[in-house]
Design a protein around this ligand. Structure first.
Ligand code: PLP
Length: 446
């Protein structure tokens, strides 16, 4: 029997005279009623709202796609998972099981990598602030230490002498990759000769073995040319070290920075249309490396520290509608229960947002507000959605990178994180904060 249509009262909509986008006003996205076979509203009933979700199959597919894109073009490639992008153990372990090393930037992240079973020799230790204790731990575990500054070089050399150990190091290099702004605050500059001076200095150090060259040019880099320039300059440096200092580099680490499919604020085209694919990045990088005769002859290991491009589209944030209201000028406002404190990336992306079910044939542009008592708590300035009731569920897409690690406990509790695994189970991988957790570190005088 055909289901009877529900009566919906007529709606009078004010005409809002704003500039239409490329596809006109009111670009409505299709409803998304399930994620990996799970119904969003059922997940919220079980785990509470809001809720972060990760799709294991998407994580694995992304990793395999990236690995194959490079391996099909260059025989010696390895990925190191960037912990700060998302360091939930369950997520890291999925990448490690696929063969990823760990890339860490603090003692905390370093210990997480060890705890996740990564061999010390497969941990890359980056970052501008490594404490003496952190360095000693990394020396003990024979990790690859990427030197950022001269003070660190001096300290590391001293610690290596003292502990009677040889240490495998790389130097972090910054260079002009024809993009702006250039990230010149990390490591040593190539063009002004600083990087070369450091290379010659490290090679003279008895206890330090210059094993690699590292460069991370930035993040969400849409320019393929930037990687072409970076690969060319890094390969040329390795060749020069070989020719002039008779020293072979075991690996070139070209960092991360590949764009995900998110849409940057102010971007005319959507990220899905304008972000290069992993295959595009792989092609320009490997083509350029193979141009260099030293690289072509010795094929040193190519390391990549790709973060957001591997994890962003595997993460979803489910949120429930709290209320609808209208501004005095008639604009529709929708309040949801997820705020900018757990969705940090809403400050620079227009996240794709879809409704999960619809009782209405009417769609309207709405401003999506979070639950914080703060004027800046805006998830989307303007997004077309079917008319929603309190309790309806929305999916915020492409939230897998940097949100869980940067989410901030503020006003209320941070939500749970659930993994939708390969076998169609929904498993908690991080519990929601609660009163005890948030207050247990406080002290006060009686
Ligand atoms: C943050 C970071 C990465 C990962 O960057 P993405 O833009 O997420 O790919 C890789 N390497 C270093 C040194 C980083 O600081």
């Amino acid at each position: 029997m055909k289901k009877k249509k529900v009566y919906e009262r007529p709606l009078i909509k004010p005409i809002v005279a704003t500039m239409p986008g490329k596809s006109g006003n009111n670009v409505s996205l299709p409803l998304v009623s399930e994620i990996d076979g799970h119904i969003p509203s059922s997940l919220l009933k079980k785990f509470g709202s809001p809720l972060f979700l990760f799709s294991e199959s998407t994580l694995i597919n992304n990793f395999k796609e990236a690995k194959n894109a490079f391996l099909n073009r260059y025989p010696n490639v390895c990925f190191a998972w960037s912990y700060k992008t998302n360091y939930l153990d369950a997520i890291c372990k999925i990448f490690h099981e696929e063969g990823a090393w760990a890339e860490v930037v603090s003692g905390f992240e370093y210990k997480k990598a060890l705890q996740n079973g990564v061999r010390g020799t497969n941990i890359i230790f980056n970052g501008p602030n490594k404490s003496e204790a952190d360095l000693l731990l990394a020396i003990d575990n024979e990790s690859l230490i990427h030197i950022d500054n001269l003070q660190e070089l001096i300290l590391l050399s001293h610690l290596a002498e003292k502990s009677n150990k040889n240490v495998n190091v790389a130097i972090r290099i910054n260079l002009d990759a024809e993009i702006s702004p250039a990230w010149s605050r990390f490591g040593f500059n190539l063009e002004n000769g600083e990087a070369w001076r450091m290379v010659t200095k490290i090679i003279q150090e008895k206890r330090l073995n210059l094993k690699g060259l590292h460069c991370h040019i930035g993040t969400f880099i849409l320019s393929l040319n930037a990687y072409k320039v970076q690969a060319k300059k890094m390969a040329a440096l390795a060749e020069k070290i070989y020719n002039e200092l008779h020293h072979s580099i075991a690996y070139l680490d070209l960092g991360g920075g590949f764009a995900s499919k998110n849409t940057l604020k102010g971007s005319y085209l959507s990220g899905e249309d304008c972000s290069p694919s992993i295959g595009d990045y792989a092609r320009v990088i490997t083509d350029e490396l193979k141009e260099n005769s030293y690289i072509a002859k010795f094929t040193p290991l190519l390391l990549l520290e790709t973060g957001r491009a591997l994890v962003d589209d595997a993460g979803f944030l489910l949120t429930s509608v709290v209320a609808n209201k209208r501004n005095p000028d008639g604009r529709l406002n929708t309040i949801v229960d997820a705020g900018v404190n757990i969705l940090f990336t809403s400050f620079w992306y227009n996240h794709k947002i879809s409704a999960t079910e619809s009782r209405s044939s009417h769609w309207e542009d709405s401003t999506l507000y979070g639950p914080l008592c703060m004027n800046i708590d805006v998830l989307r300035e303007r997004v077309a959605l079917p008319l929603l009731n309190k309790g309806d569920v929305l999916i915020i897409h492409n939230v897998g990178a940097y949100n869980v690690t940067q989410s901030m406990q503020f006003i209320s509790y941070r939500p749970a994180v659930v993994l939708l695994d390969k076998n169609c189970n929904a498993k908690i991988i991080r519990e929601a904060d609660d009163f005890e957790y948030v207050t247990c570190k406080e002290h006060y005088e009686e």
